[in-house]
Design a binder for this molecule. Structure first.
Ligand code: CA
Length: 425
């Protein structure tokens, strides 16, 4: 499939995120049809799977055509891997330059294709549960050095356990949704008691997330070797973080309100099938993990990641960071094996965040906390402003893609603009 081309010209551009090799799933609506339904991104267009299914062109074993008219991907994802494989193969066939079915039928094309620019994207999945890990060694080391002890930056459990916590699924929002600056308790160093205030240290966290495709039962751990078969696909994820709220509240049970006000994900779910050619070896692990966390072969993925910040009244976005998902110490398979080893079950649509992804260099850090070293060294922006933390009106833009030979498998953008806090009472 590496050399395949589509009859849709925009899909064949070298830097297009959505060539025929990608085919990510999302939920969209538009003026022609305000009902949210399943689409696949191709070039600058969306292929409407509800139209294909209703026309008898997308017959998937075990799938009612109506599954593609649902307002979330959960029904389709729940059909299982055979259905995912069959749908991907059929969609690729219909979009291939050599296939006349859609290419030569102008009336059908007009109903089945619509512009991404004119579409409203919706949260792609109903998310029963959201878990956030902490699996970048560089990030954990930087945060430990900054907030605890530079000589013992990593806690003793970090190299034994893919550290994580149960996050808040209700506030996961789709890219483009505005993010309200949170209010909460802040403990100032010169005062004995906390104040109630709008967050003064609002941050982003550059992450990816994976979506559970095959659920697991209560009491049935997922084996590490088999864990990837439970994953449907990946999204970009911005785990917005209120650092000043976090500093006061996180002892002893971890972050609470500092993370619950919003988590933004990209609208297109890139499937594991599309990511398969970009599998690479993960970093060496020492000590060797306990046996339930071992897997042979390659379990990291070469996904380039970028973060941009665009102030409200500025025409220019500044790139703050450029890093790669392949640096992650713990793999998604290891995260999932650890998550379920206690007997904890998973559901279709569960979202698992990677944890902030930081690389080894100054320009590859995945949060402002690290990029400005807790505000001590503000970052210059392209328009002459500087930033220690996010200001009202700033828009954060996450991008991600895998670079193939002459094509990209991209994620599109994951964006959010910060709005002022509700005035404190
Ligand atoms: Ca996080």
């Amino acid at each position: 499939m590496g050399t395949a081309q589509s009859w849709l010209e925009s899909a064949n551009a070298a830097h297009c995120d959505f060539p025929i090799q990608n085919l990510p799933y999302g939920i969209f609506s538009n003026a022609a049809n305000p009902s949210p339904r399943i689409g696949v991104a191709i070039g600058d267009q969306i292929l409407d799977l509800s139209v294909l299914a209703a026309s008898g062109l997308l017959k998937i074993p075990g799938a009612e055509p109506a599954v593609f008219s649902q307002p979330t991907l959960n029904g389709f994802i729940g059909l299982g891997e055979q259905a995912w494989t069959a749908a991907r193969a059929r969609i690729a066939e219909l979009l291939d330059s050599g296939c006349a079915t859609l290419r030569d039928d102008a009336a059908l094309r007009a109903r089945a294709l619509s512009s991404q620019a004119d579409a409203t994207m919706h949260l792609p999945v109903h998310i029963p549960g959201y878990t956030d890990f902490y699996s970048s060694k560089e990030h954990a080391t930087n945060v430990g050095a900054m907030l605890r002890d530079p000589n013992n930056a990593l806690l003793p459990n970090w190299k034994e356990i893919p550290i994580g916590y149960n996050g808040r699924a209700s506030s996961v929002v789709v890219s483009g949704t505005p993010v309200l600056r949170p209010n909460g308790q802040i403990k100032l160093p010169d005062q004995e008691r906390p104040i109630f205030s709008a967050c003064r240290k609002l941050d982003f966290e550059l992450e990816t997330g994976f979506i559970i495709g095959q659920p697991s039962k209560l009491g049935s751990p997922i084996a590490c070797e088999n864990a990837e078969s439970h994953i449907f696909g990946m999204v970009l994820l911005n785990d917005w973080s209120a650092r000043d709220l976090q500093a006061w509240e996180y002892v002893p049970l971890g972050p609470f309100n500092a993370k619950t006000f919003a988590t933004t994900i990209s609208p297109w779910v890139v499937t594991m099938a599309a990511l398969e050619p970009f599998r690479v070896q993960q970093p060496a692990q020492s000590p060797e993990p306990l046996s339930y966390l071992r897997h042979a072969g390659k379990h990291a993925f070469d996904i380039q990641l970028e973060v941009y910040l665009k102030p409200e009244k500025s025409a220019e976005a500044t790139r703050l960071s450029h890093t790669n998902f392949r640096y992650m110490y713990w793999s998604m398979a290891q995260q999932l094996a650890h998550h379920t080893v206690s007997g904890c079950n998973t559901n279709v649509g569960d979202l698992m965040g990677s944890g902030t992804i930081s690389g080894p260099t100054r320009d590859s850090l995945g949060s402002l906390l690290e990029l400005t070293w807790n505000g001590k060294t503000p970052l210059p922006l392209a328009d002459g402003q500087t930033r220690s933390f996010i200001e009202d009106g700033d828009e954060l833009i996450l991008k991600g893609w895998c670079q193939g030979d002459g094509y990209r498998v991209g994620f599109g953008n994951c964006t959010g603009k910060v709005l002022p806090a509700i005035a404190a009472a």
